[in-house]
Structures are given as structure tokens and as C-alpha cells.
Design a protein around this ligand. Structure first.
Ligand code: DQA
Length: 151
């Protein structure tokens, strides 16, 4: 039984997980990550919807649709993290709790990865924990949603 629903959104190139720069992103595929999230969701009482797109407008359309459908957003915006005011605006506009995830430690990488437009609208940020970061993000989201429900 789930007490809340969460959209787990993934940005560009994450469909290539498993083969894409495995030294940085690991060998698990996006399907493996989806399974990790669904299993964590079951354990935590969260219904998890898991999506990936390479298109900024698609991610924004899914966020708009989530406005009336889900309680929280876990997002790995991938490269749009560092470029997209539009995704940050969409997250602000829908007014749901947000946990931002990055598989790699972006702060140990190129300088252009050190700034995130999304962090300013996120309740929590998880970086450098590999795909386990998605589990941490869902755990944090479960706590945020329980705390809100208790108020
Ligand atoms: C990423 C980090 C981003 O800088 C990069 O563009 C990605 C993946 C991560 O999960 O570590 O595509 O968000």
C-alpha cells in the first residue's frame, strides 16, 4: 500500500546508463535504476512513476502533468541541471517537494558542472552516491511527505 506518489524524472543521455562512461556512471542500466526505485518505493510506501527523456520540453510537460498527479519529484536533470532555467521554473511552478540526484560527484568534475539551476528549488540534493543516490532520494522524499502529512 502506498501513502504517496513520486515521479522520478531523468534527463538526457541517462538512457545510455550502463554503456555511457562506466568509470563515471557505473555499469547499471536505466532499467536497473528503475527497478531499484520501484523496490525502494514498495518498501517506503511510495508509488513510483519512472521516466526519462532527452528532450527538455518533454521533461517540462511531464512536470506540468505531475502537478495534479503526484506528491513529490525526484529528478536527475542530467546536463539540463547546468543549463535549464526552464526546468527550474517548472519545478517552482508546480510547488511539489523536489529531491535532486546526481550519480557522479559533480563537484569533483569540470567547473561547468558545479552550478545547478535546480538546486535553488530543491529541498534536498544527493550527489556522488552512484545509483544508490536514487534510493537515498526516495527515502528523503518519504520523510518529507510524512512530515508534511503530520503537520
Ligand atoms: C549527472 C551529472 C551531469 O553533469 C551530467 O550532465 C549527467 C549526469 C549525474 O547523474 O551525475 O548527464 O546528472
Amino acid at each position: 500500500m502506498s501513502f504517496a506518489s513520486v515521479l522520478v524524472l531523468n534527463g538526457p543521455n541517462l538512457n545510455l546508463l550502463g554503456t555511457r562512461e562506466p568509470a563515471i556512471y557505473g555499469v547499471e542500466t536505466l532499467d536497473d535504476v528503475a527497478k531499484l526505485c520501484r523496490d525502494a518505493g514498495e518498501r517506503l510506501g511510495l508509488a513510483v512513476d519512472f521516466c526519462q527523456s532527452n528532450a527538455e520540453h518533454q521533461l517540462i510537460d511531464w512536470l506540468h502533468a505531475a502537478r495534479t498527479k503526484v506528491d513529490g519529484i525526484v529528478i536527475n536533470p542530467a546536463a539540463y541541471t547546468h543549463t535549464s532555467v526552464a526546468i527550474a521554473d517548472a519545478l517552482s511552478a508546480i510547488g511539489k517537494p523536489v529531491v535532486e540526484v546526481h550519480i557522479s560527484n559533480v563537484h569533483r568534475r569540470e567547473a561547468f558542472r558545479h552550478h545547478s539551476y535546480v538546486s535553488a528549488v530543491a529541498d534536498a540534493i544527493i550527489v556522488g552516491c552512484g545509483t544508490q543516490g536514487y534510493i537515498f532520494a526516495l527515502e528523503r522524499m518519504a520523510t518529507i511527505l510524512k512530515n508534511r502529512a503530520a503537520k
